[in-house]
Design a protein around this ligand. Structure first.
Ligand code: MN
Length: 493
């Protein structure tokens, strides 16, 4: 697991004499230690430096941009730092930023407070001056306010470090599409050039023959190794071992192609399997469990999103998967969603040890594919979709509560998840449909909307959150206003 590095930088100036700098530096180190402890093991915060002049500010941001290890910069103004000094540096800043509005002392030292104290501890107004220039320059940044040791403050910083790591990953993400989109489908389409400009995603297509050739080249050793992994992770519940071995070969072949191109996600499509005997089922599932992004039917946006979410959730331990809204269950005036896919749900969300089964697919005209079958776990989760509205990207997050399916489904030979939407079925689905959300999503138990909102803001894309407080008409109005905003702003500017 990579540990993401963040810098804490503190703004001040020479106005108060240089004898305050040592005190501020010591405080910066103490504060960084507290923040670092809170964000570990995913990330680490170190005190970087005091910033006292325009030249120092510019040099710091250049260094942060240049250093690949740095995932983001946290700023805090201990004293007043005139923010025209920040313009030159901020204009160049390319890394995620968090403005922490806090102060070193928790309480006012009633008996000792004097003008020296007032001149040293000025975050209350120094941070407002700092915030103003970010707003004036329209810097995408997270603002977190409160006493720095408070758990609510640390939790916001913790979530932001995950969002920032997602931004870093997004900026050089390669996605391989094996075959094109499912024919005539709209929502899985999109502008790949704009996606590369906005998100940094490089999305390129390879013919299925690229996989077919690599399947032929799989060695006996590679096959044995992959089958051993399957035996550890899954219960093999089929006599048709050859079909399982074929998925192992597909997995090895796809992994080779991904590694050759430094790709972290891929798509397949059942309409383009030339030279392949089965649709990749277990192969796609197990690659997702390894951390790769995946979505079916050429849906590169969802594949990229899953990869980024898996990275942001790293160490969360609950799981994230490609998902599709499949069918509904209505009971006592409430609706529930049963989600699944033809085959490809990630075993990281399984509540039990998945069983490998080989069953007919009834679509795509290929041999019966092996797949891992299980029920998803219970708990709070989100459904996430990114759509291309032809002038901007919109991320839609819908809060839900995953449940155990009410009854067993002995004839359903695929992995399935069931959930109840917030605030209720009709509000959530009406909102989702008005927002143009896809039938494909990423379902994550590890992240909440805040991590995703931070990410969307840093990526400068639209964000829609369907939650406990959502009202359909208010949401429609908000989206209309956002439409005007993004039209004025232009795409990918
Ligand atoms: Mn689908």
């Amino acid at each position: 697991m990579k540990r993401y590095q963040f810098w804490l930088v503190i703004g001040t100036q020479h106005l108060y004499g240089s004898d305050i700098f040592e005190t501020i530096e010591q405080r910066g180190k103490t504060m960084a230690k507290t923040l670092s402890k809170a964000v570990q093991p995913f990330a680490e915060v170190s005190f970087k430096t005091l910033l006292k002049t325009s030249d120092e500010i510019e040099a710091l941001f250049k260094e942060a941009n240049h250093n690949d290890e740095v995932a983001g910069v946290i700023t805090w103004m201990h004293t007043f730092s005139p923010s025209k000094m920040w313009i030159r540096g901020l204009k160049q800043m390319q890394k995620p930023m968090l403005h922490l509005h806090t102060q070193f002392n928790e309480t006012i030292p009633w008996d000792e407070i004097d003008m020296d104290f007032m001149n040293l501890n000025q975050a209350a107004h120094g941070d407002r001056e700092h915030g103003h220039i970010h707003t004036r320059m329209k810097t995408a940044r997270k603002v977190v306010s409160g006493y720095y040791k408070d758990e609510s403050v640390l939790e916001k910083i913790r979530k932001w470090t995950r969002s920032a790591a997602g931004v870093l990953e997004s900026k050089h993400l390669n996605i391989i599409r094996i075959g094109d989109n499912m024919r005539n489908v709209a929502v899985t389409e999109g502008d790949k050039v704009s996606a590369e400009m906005m998100f940094g995603w490089s999305v390129n297509t390879f013919g299925s023959g690229e996989i077919a050739n690599r399947v032929k080249a799989v060695t006996q050793n590679e096959l044995r190794e992959q089958m051993d992994k399957y035996k550890k992770r899954y219960e093999i519940d089929t006599e048709n071992i050859e079909a399982v071995e074929y998925q192992a070969k597909l997995q090895i072949a796809i992994r080779h192609l991904l590694r050759e191109h430094g790709a972290k996600g891929f798509t397949t499509t059942f309409e383009d399997l030339h030279g392949l005997r089965q649709l990749p089922g277990l192969a796609a599932q197990d690659l997702m469990a390894e951390g790769y992004g995946f979505a079916a039917e050429g849906d590169w946006k969802t594949s990229a999103l899953l990869r980024i979410i898996k990275l942001m959730a790293n160490g969360g331990g609950k799981g994230s998967s490609f998902m599709e809204d499949y069918t509904y269950h209505f009971e006592n005036g409430e609706g529930y969603v049963l989600g699944s896919h033809m085959l490809e749900i990630c075993p990281s969300i399984a509540s039990n040890k998945p069983k490998i089964k080989v069953e007919p697919l009834g679509i795509g005209g290929k041999e019966d594919p092996a797949r891992a079958v299980f029920e998803a776990k219970e708990g709070k989760a989100v459904q996430v979709s990114i759509v291309d509205l032809g002038g901007r990207f919109r991320m839609i997050v819908s809060d839900c509560e995953a449940l155990t399916p009410f009854k067993s489904m002995p004839n359903l030979p695929v992995a399935a998840a069931m959930w109840k939407l917030k605030p209720n079925f009709s509000t959530a689905t009406e909102s989702w449909i008005h927002a143009g959300g896809a039938h494909h999503t990423v379902m994550s138990y590890d992240l909440d909307a805040e991590v995703l909102r931070n990410f969307a803001e840093m990526m400068d894309i639209e964000f829609v959150h369907i939650n406990q407080d959502t009202d359909v008409n208010t949401l429609k109005q908000t989206m209309n206003m956002q439409d005007v905003y993004y039209r004025l702003k232009g795409f990918g500017q």
